[in-house]
Design a protein around this ligand. Structure first.
Ligand code: DC
Length: 231
């Protein structure tokens, strides 16, 4: 039997990490975990409790409630994809709005939030056979992952993709707002003190600005097969 490995995918926002991670997990028969969804779920909880909004963030109130936040994934019967469940409510749609995207980076910068989610992510990977995407997977969550990828693309390309996605979902947004959010999140995610977004030294860099989804997937699947054979 071939050995199961851990595949860590990090990179800037809207680089298509989750698309490729999901495709890869399906092709290899691995579990896929979208860690951004977990940070988004904590952010939604903080919004619903009134702890965070456009002009305020009561970090201490959120820290004091962390033990009340339960996040898990459940596979949707309709799509076959894992969806995020916050305290027994499926919040998959609610966490993808631009409103959550605007507030998630400050929440994800809180060390106590990170500690809680990283612990849960490490448990999810204990049997290997997992593809996990996020910002700190190759650097903090699984520094010993057999394969690490770091995805990037120009901010313009990324904002265009995200803008189309949000329009398709019926959100009323402008391209300028989406671009501003992408640039702003990159800045906060890469300059925060705890676990800033950075490429692990041993990560393979994938710039997909000029790659189609099919080209990108073929390239990454080859890399993954190589890593599995080597393991
Ligand atoms: O992947 P995403 O855009 O859904 O992630 C949302 C935010 O969560 C992102 O701006 C930074 C944060 N995040 C993080 O800090 N660490 C991770 N492992 C995943 C996401």
């Amino acid at each position: 039997m071939t050995k199961k490995i851990i595949i860590a995918i990090d990179g800037y926002s809207s680089t298509g990490k989750s698309t490729v991670a999901r495709q890869l997990a399906k092709a290899l028969g691995y579990i896929y975990v979208d860690t951004g969804a977990m940070y988004r779920a904590v952010t939604l909880y903080a919004m619903e409790q009134g702890f965070v909004g456009p002009s305020h963030f009561d970090q201490e109130a959120l820290e004091n409630c962390l033990s009340l936040i339960n996040i898990r994934f459940e596979v949707s019967k309709e799509t076959g994809f894992a969806e995020v469940v916050l305290n027994n409510t499926n919040v998959e749609k609610k966490i993808r709005t631009l409103e959550v995207s605007r507030l998630v980076s400050p929440v994800a910068a809180v060390s106590k939030v990170r500690r809680k989610l990283v612990e849960q992510q490490q448990l999810m990977g204990k049997d290997r056979g997992i593809v996990m995407d996020g910002r700190d997977i190759g650097t903090v969550v699984f520094p010993n992952a057999e394969l690490k990828l770091f995805m990037t693309a120009t901010a313009k390309d990324r904002a265009e993709r995200r803008y189309k996605e949000l329009l398709d979902r019926g959100e009323d947004v402008t391209y300028e707002d989406v671009l501003k959010n992408v640039v702003n999140r990159d800045h906060i995610d890469s300059t925060r003190k705890d676990s800033p977004l950075r490429k692990a030294e041993d990560a393979v860099m994938i710039d997909n600005s000029n790659l189609t989804l099919v080209e990108q997937f073929d390239q990454i699947l080859e890399i993954a097969k190589g890593a599995i054979n080597k393991a």
